[in-house]
Design a protein around this ligand. Structure first.
Ligand SMILES: Nc1ncnc2c1ncn2[C@@H]1O[C@H](COP(=O)(O)OP(=O)(O)O)[C@@H](O)[C@H]1O
Ligand SMILES: [Mg+2]
Length: 368
């Protein structure tokens, strides 16, 4: 604690003040107050120095009147000493007021900015919902169109070509070893090849067996064709003991088909492994190739839609799809998960909206 004993200078200044040298004494008092403030001394300490100085002067007073005059007069001296403290205090109060109003302004600005951001976020969400809805409709229209074309090829083109093939057969048999036999045999062969190609096209468009034989059998059939075309080998690990619903089935089948198309087109793979698993409230698909892997730099999405479409399809069904590739020759793995209401023990209303087969409306005819 600082020594509070009045210094000789303090006593001298007070004395000269009492003797009438008011102006110079008050100037000294003011300076003394400022120095005290600068050196961090408080008003209590200043007050106690002053009190002791006044006590010393009172002891010298000749009578009560003199003492009363000393009392009154020294008060003005003390007021001058604490004036800098008082001014400083007012300054603080003003600063605090300014800070308060600045904080209020900032608060208003933050609130306005937050409102703007909330609105932008809502806008983005609306745009994203609209984009997703549009995509759902496109995918749904695409599935419908494929099914219709496959139906037309089956009911019309194949029937017509089959009829033509049967007639050629009849003519061939009727003509016996005629000079046209070779030409007719070639025609016969060409017609049979056309029928095979059309059947293959129907499968590629929309395999009917997806709805009759199920997901694993359709993927197996697809893999057989894939292996014939590529000369590569495959393993199918089918861990399904239940059949996914129509939307989940279509979603996972299309993702598998795109992953296999990519393995054929880009990976130069000699082997793919496809796994199907029941996973939580949905189904998991994994397609791993042993090819060259996806190049480090992601391709321009405006030109290549396969990978983004896999992700979009999964998201539309309320699931997800990841393409993992570490580069080098460790190949590429496509993992997709789609929920299935039949595997979700929660009542339909409680299930997360994305797990309720958000895309059911996207495949309105999938169960037919
Ligand atoms: N299994 C894979 N192995 C190697 N590269 C792949 C594989 N899958 C995709 N890619 C790379 O990612 C790109 C984007 O694929 P995708 O979106 O399906 O478009 P696209 O097949 O039309 O090129 C491909 O062009 C290829 O470079
Ligand atoms: Mg592709």
């Amino acid at each position: 604690m600082t020594d509070a004993t009045p210094t000789p200078a303090y006593l001298a200044a007070l004395r000269s003040y009492l003797r009438g040298a008011e102006e110079s004494a008050l100037l000294w008092a003011y300076e003394h107050g400022r120095e005290a403030l600068d050196s961090g001394r408080g008003v209590l300490e200043l007050g106690s120095v002053h009190r002791d100085a006044v006590a010393a002067l009172l002891e010298e007073a000749e009578d009560g009147a003199e003492a009363a005059r000393i009392h009154r007069a020294t008060w003005a001296f003390y007021a001058e000493i604490v004036a800098p403290v008082e001014m400083c205090l007012r300054g603080y109060q003003q600063s605090i007021e300014s800070l308060r109003s600045l904080a209020a302004t900032l608060d208003e600005q933050v609130q306005a900015r937050t409102r703007d951001l909330d609105e932008s976020l809502e806008e983005l969400k609306r745009a994203d919902r609209a984009r997703r809805l549009l995509l759902e409709k496109l995918v749904s229209a695409q599935e419908d169109e494929r099914r219709r074309i496959a139906g037309d090829i089956h009911d019309d083109s194949i029937q017509v070509i089959t009829a033509a093939y049967l007639r050629v057969e009849l003519i061939r048999q009727a003509l016996g070893d005629d000079e046209h036999a070779e030409t007719l045999a070639k025609l016969d062969e060409a017609l049979r090849t056309s029928i095979d190609r059309l059947r293959h096209m129907i499968f590629e468009l929309r395999p009917a067996m997806l709805d009759t034989a199920g997901l694993a059998a359709t993927i197996q059939e697809h893999l057989d064709q894939w292996a014939r075309q590529t000369g590569a080998e495959y393993t199918l690990a089918n861990g399904l003991s239940t059949e996914p619903s129509a939307l989940t089935r279509t979603t996972l089948y299309r993702i598998a088909a795109e992953a296999l198309a990519n393995a054929r087109k880009h990976a130069r793979a000699t082997h793919v492994r496809v796994e199907l698993e029941e996973d939580g409230t949905g189904y998991l698909l994994r397609v791993a190739d042993n090819g060259v892997g996806i190049a480090a730099a992601p391709p321009d999405p405006t030109d290549h839609f396969g990978v983004s479409m896999m992700a979009e399809r999964a998201a539309m069904a309320g699931g997800w799809c990841r393409v993992e590739s570490t580069g080098g020759t460790s190949g590429t793995v496509v993992v997709a998960w789609a929920p299935d209401a039949a595997r979700d023990p929660r009542p339909a209303d409680d299930a997360a909206p994305e797990a309720r087969g958000a895309g059911d409306a996207a495949y309105p005819r999938a169960d037919r």
